[in-house]
Design a protein around this ligand. Structure first.
Ligand code: TEU
Ligand code: CA
Length: 557
């Protein structure tokens, strides 16, 4: 496996709108990020992935870009960005930008031109189709509700939008679009950024016949087989790599909804002809039902062990894994996979962190995950801001597919706003995020769950993450070792080993609130074994170890 700096790095994701509000307008901003760089350095992370900060009408909180080379006014100025970038570099941290090029905002100049007329020079920057049998060109649904096609009266045609109707899909078949995108990427690389997280990059190539999708009992057809991992996606990414990425020492991660192992081996191949790694979605989709993620069903541990093991084994030596349990689209990991009841919140947050950080791949920490922040559990639909939540609530309840009461429970469990409540800095008003009421409600547990309190307490989740990150730097076995699942069918414990140059790790994780026993492998029963990290004060290491609720332990020989 080739050594690369990003294989030994830990990435921290910042959702700027909710991170820190430096000018007290209720919205996080770039100067707020700048204020907190020392905090991030203290945590020990190497790369900062910043969710979009470009000019945008914020229909989808910035994932709808209207100018790729301008900073959203509410987030600050390009000078603010330049000084934050410079300070991050001076502190030894790299900055990864969020690249959203499957679609733009409908307020982007390209789209404003494109919709003017059928012969406008920008017409084919987007995907326009005529009506079929008096309706939409096909039956695809959009991720944020409704049809994936919006009718445009002026030219009596429909344009494709896989997300909101204010997010028209770019037409990557058009060389001019690729030229514009690659030119813009190069412009940011010239400014000194260190990488890109590529939004829904697996969707940029569509099957040009645009066939109907299967209905599967939903309101719209499932078009994903015709736009996920599409016919030319690897060709486009190889062109991107040749024309931009290969010219700089970057870290690149593709958000690849629908990616399979076979596809991931192409996107993130070790020859470096496309990207460095991908975000796959199998583990965060465990438990999804007939309404997709809109369910209160808990995840199944055996399923999680199987999925995580598959990705560890099958990519090993062929492609590189990203390792994550949370991001700005997912519920808080301690609420989704751990136990956010007061008694178990911290110990289960540490256990989950151990699970991820001891695997092979690049770990991603989402803002607040290092504190064990929890879901918000807002109980009124008016408290939620996310376009996906609001549109889908309307669509599913008005279609009678779920009751409002049930849908509220699903939103409390899986809604994206759970990860978008303000970062909890201290126990002052608004959790120290802002001096005025923020754009979205603050999780009311900020008085007990906040960075200031945890930085003062040695056994906090923050200090546990700090130690995990340090271990990755000290022990080459963590980034480089092979992985093997043991005790595969154990109903409570997820346990795996790592091996590298005659050294071995044993990772023991009790995923339940009950004591649970496990027999450890022979080679870990000798007196030379050391415990690298645990989420309980003292450990008793024996042939049959009794793990306490959510106990995590890493043994090393
Ligand atoms: O997310 C793409 C994506 O697949 C999401 O729809 C995700 O699967 C879903 O929200 C889970 O419920 C990316 C960005 O991360 C997301 O924030 C944007 O809304 C979306 O693309 C459109 O740009
Ligand atoms: Ca602000």
């Amino acid at each position: 496996m080739k050594k690369k700096w990003w294989k030994e790095s830990v990435v921290y994701q910042i959702y700027p709108r909710s991170f820190k509000d430096s000018n007290n307008d209720g919205i996080g901003d770039i100067n707020g990020i700048n204020e907190k760089l020392e905090y991030l350095k203290e945590l020990g992370v190497d790369v900062l992935w910043i969710s979009p900060i470009y000019d945008s009408p914020c229909d989808d909180n910035g994932y709808d870009i209207s100018d790729y080379r301008a900073i959203l006014k509410a987030f600050g100025t390009m000078e603010d960005f330049d000084s934050m970038l410079k300070r991050a570099h001076r502190l030894g941290m790299k900055v990864m930008m969020d690249l959203v090029v499957n679609h733009t905002s409908d307020e982007h100049n390209w789209f404003i031109e494109s919709r003017k007329s059928k012969d406008n020079p920008y017409r084919d920057y987007y995907i326009w189709k005529t009506s079929k049998q008096g309706g939409e060109p096909n039956n695809w649904g959009a991720s944020f509700g409704g049809s994936a096609w919006e009718y445009d009266e002026k030219t009596d045609m429909y344009y494709l939008h896989l997300f909101s109707k204010k997010q028209p899909d770019l037409n990557w078949e058009n060389q001019k679009v690729r030229d514009e995108v690659f030119d813009m990427m190069d412009w940011w690389c010239q400014k000194g950024i260190d990488g890109f997280r590529m939004d829904v990059i697996s969707m940029i190539s569509k099957d040009q016949s645009f066939p109907d999708g299967k209905l599967n009992g939903g309101l719209y057809g499932n078009g994903s087989p015709y736009y996920m991992n599409g016919p030319r996606v690897h060709e486009y990414l190889q062109e991107m790599n040749q024309r931009v990425l290969s010219k700089y020492d970057l870290v690149t991660v593709g958000e690849a909804a629908g990616v399979t192992i076979e596809e991931a081996k192409k996107y993130a191949n070790e020859d470096g002809t496309e990207l460095n790694m991908v975000f796959q979605f199998e583990h965060v989709s465990i438990g999804d039902g007939k309404l997709g993620k809109w369910t209160t069903k808990k995840f199944d541990l055996q399923e999680l062990k199987k999925v995580m093991t598959k990705w560890q084994i099958e990519l090993s030596g062929k492609a590189w894994n990203s390792l994550y349990l949370c991001n700005h689209d997912q519920p808080r990991s301690v609420s989704r996979f751990g136990d956010d009841r007061a008694e178990y919140r911290e110990v289960s947050a540490k256990m989950l962190a151990t699970c991820i950080h001891m695997m092979q791949g690049t770990p991603y920490i989402y803002q607040g995950e290092e504190l064990g922040m929890t879901n918000a559990y807002f109980d009124k639909i008016e408290d939620y801001k996310d376009i996906e939540t609001l549109n889908i609530f309307e669509e599913l309840t008005s279609a009678g597919l779920i009751s409002e009461v049930e849908m509220m429970k699903c939103i409390q469990a899986r809604g994206r706003d759970n990860a978008r409540t303000p970062m909890q800095w201290d126990d002052s008003e608004n959790a120290g995020f802002s001096t005025i009421k923020p754009w979205i409600g603050v999780n009311k547990n900020y008085t007990t769950i906040n960075a200031a309190e945890q930085m003062r307490r040695e056994d906090s989740v923050f200090h546990y993450y700090q130690k995990l990150i340090q271990l990755r730097k000290e022990y080459a076995i963590i980034p480089n070792g092979t992985y093997c699942l043991i005790e595969e069918s154990h109903p409570q414990i997820f346990s795996y080993t790592r091996e590298y140059q005659n050294r071995k790790l044993l990772v023991l994780l009790n995923f339940t609130d009950k004591d649970s026993q496990i027999t450890i492998p022979e080679e870990f029963r000798n007196k030379y074994v050391i415990c690298l990290i645990s989420n309980y004060k003292e450990q008793s290491i024996s042939k049959d170890i009794l793990l306490r609720p959510y106990e995590a332990m890493v043994l090393y020989i």
